[in-house]
Design a protein around this ligand. Structure first.
Ligand SMILES: NC(=O)c1ccc[n+]([C@@H]2O[C@H](COP(=O)([O-])OP(=O)(O)OC[C@H]3O[C@@H](n4cnc5c(N)ncnc54)[C@H](O)[C@@H]3O)[C@@H](O)[C@H]2O)c1
Length: 247
């Protein structure tokens, strides 16, 4: 996908992976709208890249709809939606289970992607086609005992992307999930040494952007692209589940 002159909306674009993707896309000539709850940093990044910022809480469908409308009003269309806003939940599934922490994590990491896809789809169709990339995680592909609710919502994103891909393709909309391993951003701040001690190398954010670019270059849809240290990012190949035995 040639992004020169194209319009991209990035949720969670004020920091970390979203910010890095925003800078990367702007460098290719894209017009970028950042949608985030971090207004100060978002406005700063948007200013740097000639983009726009809109305060958006992705757990609220009205905010997401407004962000898509804002991108179309400011730049005339929407070709790419990177639904990337996310948080860790650190929500225990033990005796101290906290329903509020659970709802907050699901509201941002899963509802936020659902609302983002629902809002972006008609705008991208109206633009003649384009791409939706949802940031999931390796925690959407493997077990994550350190944060099972995070694993649940990221697996939810993976299942959603894979399930809508075929019908969206018929409308000219590609859908992918970006599944990074741990990367140096605010989300893991304070846990870096623990992760390294556990044997997890930590990616540079530029590695994740590299994986994102692979998605834009891909002819496929409905793929979940792992980004792990020392490997080129590729679509994760799921095993077929067994079908029924009728004998
Ligand atoms: N960094 C990692 O190790 C890692 C690994 C795998 C997946 N991810 C995923 O990458 C995505 C980006 O995270 P990051 O690592 O750049 O972290 P980050 O904390 O640097 O960025 C997250 C951004 O999301 C924004 N945000 C939080 N809640 C929001 C809400 N309700 N509405 C709108 N914006 C909101 C934050 O303000 C921030 O700008 C997340 O979905 C995260 O789960 C991160």
């Amino acid at each position: 996908m040639d992004m020169d002159g194209k319009v991209a909306l990035i949720t969670g674009g004020s920091n970390g992976i979203g910010e890095a993707v925003a800078r990367h896309l702007a460098g290719q000539g894209a017009k970028v709208v950042l949608a985030d709850i971090d207004d100060g940093r978002g406005a700063e990044v948007a200013g740097d890249i000639g983009g726009r910022f809109i305060h958006t809480d992705v757990s609220r469908p009205d905010h997401t709809t407004a962000a898509v409308a804002f991108a179309v009003a400011e730049f005339g269309a929407l070709h790419l939606a990177h639904l990337n806003a996310g948080v860790t939940s650190w929500c225990s599934m033990g005796d101290d289970f906290d329903p509020e922490a659970y709802r907050r994590a699901m509201g941002i990491n899963l509802d936020g992607v659902v609302y983002g896809i629902a809002a972006a789809r008609p705008a991208i169709i109206a633009a003649g086609g384009g791409t939706i990339v949802a940031t999931a995680s390796m925690a959407g592909l493997v077990v994550a005992p350190f944060d099972p609710i995070y694993a649940a919502n990221k697996h939810g994103v993976v299942g959603l992307v894979r399930s809508i891909a075929e019908s969206y393709a018929a409308e000219g909309v590609k859908v992918h999930a970006l599944c990074p391993s741990f990367a140096h951003t605010n989300i893991i701040k304070g846990s870096e040494q623990t992760l390294l001690d556990m044997g997890f190398p930590i990616l540079d954010v530029s590695d994740v952007v590299h994986g994102f670019q692979h998605i834009l270059d891909s002819e496929e849809t409905g793929q979940c692209w792992y980004v792990v240290a020392g490997r080129e990012s590729e679509p994760f190949r799921f095993r077929r589940a067994p079908g029924p035995r009728l004998d």
